[in-house]
Design a protein. Structure first.
Length: 282
């Protein structure tokens, strides 16, 4: 029932967000995601709440610019619920701030706090949760699909590698937010922002990469058929369709490196665009 409900919500999310006008295209895209063994197969096998965090975030982004006021308000609720599940989708609240929609951003904060704290009315102790949360942060388990796992796996776990990982994580967050504010909201800036949902938490496993479905759909909607767009399309396709080809236990690393390549190319593409934009203004 957990997976059937998610599948139903995800089909709705793809229809609303992709909005291609073609049932065949939307169904084919949904099927590709569902049958992706590398990312989605693991997500289904684990049944992690990241599935719902992703689908609510997608619905929220899809309804964000709706002409219907009620749908725009529902968008805020969906993003807040997503952040209530996994916390880090809260960074997407900066999309409203970047567009100077401050009243909506303020309501989003209220909804986010409610979605996080209200569920504790139905459990025994908030203190026990905080203790569990602190223990989770101190577990020192590093997924193969995270920056921490790759760096520490290659160079060992010491204070230098820990510092490198922290600096990289901060740099990714700051670069993504800068791109959103400097270039606005498009598939490239969403891709950079989505990096904060996938690879920067030490214990984020490969199933967290389901979030990449969001910038991929945005890419399919916005692509202008530039030459580089074909490279992006191949890399996105590889991310969701390439079978595990690296030794056992390394499937997260394979996904990580493909995703890192996408982020690197998008970053260079975005830097070049921002430089040209500044020169034109000058």
């Amino acid at each position: 029932m957990y997976l059937l409900l998610f599948a139903w919500l995800f089909m709705i999310a793809v229809h609303v967000y992709y909005n291609s006008g073609s049932f065949v295209k939307e169904s084919a895209l949904t099927a590709i995601f569902f049958f992706s063994c590398l990312v989605w197969g693991f997500a289904f096998e684990r049944g992690n709440l990241v599935l719902y965090a992703m689908v609510f975030l997608m619905i929220g982004l899809a309804l964000r610019d709706s002409s219907n006021k009620a749908f725009r308000e529902l968008s805020l609720v969906m993003v807040a619920v997503s952040a209530g599940f996994k916390l880090y989708p809260a960074l997407f609240g900066f999309l409203w701030i970047a567009e100077k929609r401050y009243k909506e951003a303020a309501r989003l904060v209220v909804y986010g706090l409610a979605s996080f704290f209200v569920p504790f009315l139905f459990v025994d102790s908030f203190t026990n949760y905080l203790r569990t949360f602190v223990q989770y942060l101190d577990k020192k388990m590093y997924s193969h699909a995270s920056v921490w796992g790759v760096v520490i796996g290659m160079f060992g776990d010491n204070r230098y590698t820990q510092t490198v990982c922290r600096v990289f994580v901060i740099a990714v967050i700051l670069w993504a937010l800068y791109a959103v504010f400097a270039d606005g909201i498009n598939w490239k800036t969403l891709t950079l922002l989505m990096a904060t949902q996938t690879m920067i938490i030490p214990e984020q496993y490969v199933y967290t990469y389901v979030f990449i479905a969001i910038p991929l759909i945005c890419f399919l909607k916005e692509t202008c058929r530039r030459r580089i767009d074909y490279l992006y399309a191949v890399l996105f396709a590889a991310l969701f369709t390439m079978p595990p080809v690296i030794k056992e236990g390394w499937r997260g690393r394979q996904t990580f490196w493909i995703w890192m390549l996408i982020l690197a190319i998008v970053s260079v593409d975005e830097i070049v665009f921002l430089i040209r934009k500044r020169r034109m203004k000058a």
